[in-house]
Ligand binder design. Structure first.
Ligand SMILES: O=P(O)(O)OC[C@H]1O[C@H](OP(=O)(O)OP(=O)(O)O)[C@H](O)[C@@H]1O
Ligand SMILES: Nc1ncnc2[nH]cnc12
Length: 185
């Protein structure tokens, strides 16, 4: 597995140096890319936020009302980006975690089936929503989150992920407008 266009931006080279790969985790056959060490180092995490916001502004120049992050790892990257973008954050959660009236979608991801839910009143009709997650693998999670936004009457601006595992062809399933900082081929 290699990094496409081995980053011309030295900030990306510095960030990706802390990523680790774990074969057969959490299931045999899965090559798991762990990007969470970036959170341990405040300088690297700041760089990651700097580059991410630049990329988001360049790819999605229109208004963004909400960042919606996918549980669990989308919660680690979404709120700081929402803060930088000057917009709100909405958690998209696994089943049984959110109270009140919910909108739900069943889906399939790289290593199993799951359900995603959002509070019915969290995304108002017409709100412009950017989805944020750590990794795009098969695209099932982002496709399900996009369906949730649609069911709530929101407008999907696009999706932002830190890492895209391009060899899993997630872009075929994930919503069209997608920006990834690191693309592994
Ligand atoms: O593109 P896909 O094949 O759908 O896979 C990507 C998703 O899988 C991982 O989450 P996971 O559901 O494993 O949950 P976690 O963040 O709670 O570990 C990852 O954080 C993405 O959300
Ligand atoms: N291969 C992978 N590495 C890290 N996170 C993932 N989420 C889904 N597939 C993954």
């Amino acid at each position: 597995m290699s990094l496409e266009k081995e980053s011309e931006d030295p900030r990306l080279t510095a960030i990706s140096a802390c990523f680790t790969v774990h074969q057969d985790f959490p299931k045999k056959g899965v090559s798991f890319r762990n990007i969470l060490p970036v959170l341990r180092d405040p300088k690297l995490f700041k760089l990651l936020n700097d580059v991410s916001v630049e990329r988001i502004h360049a790819k999605f120049p229109g208004k963004i009302d909400l960042v919606a992050g996918l549980e669990a790892r989308g919660f680690l990257f979404g709120p700081s980006l929402a803060d930088r973008l000057g917009c709100g954050f909405v958690p998209i959660r696994k089943p049984g975690k959110l109270p009140g009236k919910l909108v739900s979608v069943d889906y399939e991801k790289e290593y199993g089936k799951d359900v995603l839910e959002v509070e019915e009143d969290a995304i108002k009709p017409g709100s412009r929503v950017l989805l944020v997650d750590d990794v795009l693998a098969t695209g099932g999670s982002l496709a399900a989150a996009a369906e949730l936004v649609r069911k709530c009457g929101g407008t999907l601006v696009g999706s932002f992920v830190v890492v895209e595992m391009a060899f899993l062809n997630g872009r075929k399933k994930a919503p069209d407008a997608l920006e990834a900082l690191f693309i592994y081929t």
